[in-house]
Design a protein around this ligand. Structure first.
Ligand SMILES: C[S@@+](CC[C@H](N)C(=O)[O-])C[C@H]1O[C@@H](n2cnc3c(N)ncnc32)[C@H](O)[C@@H]1O
Length: 481
């Protein structure tokens, strides 16, 4: 019986291409991936042979999204024995780098609807536990990269392992990743803080996060020095001749991989995976898509949530991490949000508001872990005000609840004012105001992406505190009603 590792050899489209693109991964494909606001020219023809295993989605300039430009048609045509398929979507450059957008309306359905399917052969995967294995089975027996990967801890070093596998895949003649590498962000375009300069980290105004990132950076450099020393074999040296390239590969592994339980034959394993095309989906706290492993033919499916209405031009999103604060998003992906419903403000005073009153003023329902805004109960103005930040406030504000004791409005108002005062003190203790942060961002449109992400991070914290002050103001006005 064939071993699960013995996948059919990929049929490379590159084999008939006399001049495959060099795997120069410090750049993006100039025709496809450009920095924000730049125009992406479309190419009418492709240097790849006209061999298609599927009909690529039409790539046309979209009138409904004037700021967004479609990807290069080649993007859809990197073919293999089993191809990637996409239904009703376009890949386009948007405000958060590349993203996936609906190319047509989708009516809400009772069942989830598939928009992408990606075969296992195109992914880079390594299982989390021993005996570990990886797909695709591209490392020849005896290659020293195998020993390097094997020397790491499968549970803790998933990112180092994926980075090694990625660097190796770029070096394999005719491998899919030699082409797909052109669609990945370059070191200048990636927001990962692993690529940040010291000055960028200081912009975070968060000493804990700075020290975590310095530690991560050092770990990566130590790993590179240990394995890419002057006596390392040429086969290894050429994968990452300088530490910057390794840092870039590690950033890609961290910011674009997922971990998932997959079943291959009878084997069920937790795997870390870099999944091409699906790695273009941006994050949202209210995602409209999710991932599903289709074990019968080893495909990862990207599905639209059941019951979800999609309008042409909507961005298709996933929730990267449930229940994590902005510092965790920054550490792994290099972005944050002013409306992260799980972000936290640490209050130290004694003031407390009545929890159920606060929740009812803003029509927030559910248990604390799953608080949500019940928009059916809200009037127009409220629907716009209540966002993830108000949900975060409902979780983070010190509160009390006692069935036998109704809240006393005057006591509640006093508590709310004390909490507002504490918020103002927090803002005053920070080195810059949100207005100054915004001005810095507005006056430096070409700032490094990591520096921009760091300034946005500290701005987002201030916006959250500001929103909590506003919410407490509304609470005081409405507590009687
Ligand atoms: C898995 S990739 C998604 C595709 C990516 N936008 C690109 O250009 O290739 C994750 C990266 O996208 C960006 N990103 C994703 N979701 C975002 C969001 N909600 N806000 C800001 N940046 C986001 C961050 O740079 C993150 O590191």
């Amino acid at each position: 019986m064939a071993s699960p590792l013995a996948l059919p050899a990929p049929v490379s489209l590159l084999s008939s291409n006399p001049t495959p693109r060099s795997p120069d991964l410090t750049r993006r494909h100039p025709l496809v991936r450009t920095r924000r606001n730049a125009v992406l020219p479309l190419r009418a023809s492709t240097s790849l042979p006209p061999f298609k295993l599927f009909e690529p989605p039409p790539v046309v300039a979209s009138p409904f999204l004037p700021d967004l430009e479609p990807a290069d048609p080649d993007f859809y045509k990197i073919g293999y024995a089993r191809s990637f398929r996409a239904y009703g979507i376009d890949f386009m450059e948007g405000p958060n780098g590349f993203g996936v957008y609906a190319s047509r309306d989708v009516e809400p359905l009772r069942r989830a609807r598939m928009i992408m399917e990606i075969p296992l052969e195109l992914m880079l995967t390594i299982s989390q536990k021993l005996p570990w294995m990886f797909y695709p089975d591209i490392i020849p027996i005896g290659h020293p990269i195998f020993d390097i990967i094997n020397s790491t801890d499968p549970e803790k070093d998933w990112d180092l392992r994926l980075a090694c596998l990625l660097l190796f895949a770029f070096d394999v003649q005719g491998n899919f990743w030699q082409l797909y590498g052109d669609f990945l962000p370059s070191a200048d375009e990636c927001t990962s803080l692993l690529l940040a300069e010291k000055g960028d980290l200081l912009e975070l105004q968060d000493p804990d996060l700075v020290s975590k990132m310095k530690h991560q950076h050092q770990r990566a450099i130590e790993f590179w020095e240990k394995n890419w020393h002057h006596a390392a074999p040429l086969k290894i040296m050429r994968l990452s001749q300088d530490p910057e390239r390794f840092l870039w590969a590690l950033s890609i592994a961290q910011s674009r991989s997922i971990s998932m339980q997959i079943r291959i034959g009878a084997l069920v394993q937790n795997a870390n995976m870099i999944v091409p095309y699906a790695d273009m989906l941006n994050h949202s706290f209210q995602p409209n898509c999710f991932l599903h492993w289709r074990f019968k033919d080893r495909m990862l499916e990207v599905m639209i949530n059941a019951g979800q209405r999609i309008k042409k031009g909507d961005e298709m999103t996933l929730n990267y991490m449930h229940g994590e604060k902005n510092n965790m998003f920054m550490e792994r992906y290099g972005f944050s949000s002013p409306t992260n419903p799980c972000d936290v403000i640490n209050f130290s005073g004694n003031a407390k508001i009545h929890r159920d009153s606060f929740l009812s003023v803003f029509n927030i329902s559910g248990l604390p872990e799953e608080f949500y805004h019940n928009s059916l109960l809200s009037r127009g103005e409220d629907s716009n005000f209540v966002d993830g930040a108000v949900i975060a406030a409902a979780r983070a504000l010190p509160s009390w609840s006692d069935r036998d004791m109704p809240p006393v409005p005057s006591v509640e108002r006093r508590a709310a004012r004390e909490l507002q005062e504490e918020c103002r003190q927090m803002l005053a203790s920070l080195p810059t105001t949100s207005h100054e942060d915004q001005q810095i961002l507005d006056s430096n449109p070409e700032v490094r992406r990591t520096r921009e992400a760091a300034i946005k991070y500290r701005l987002h914290r201030k916006l959250l505190i500001g929103k909590v002050i506003q919410a407490l103001e509304m609470y005081q006005e409405r507590i009687l009603f």
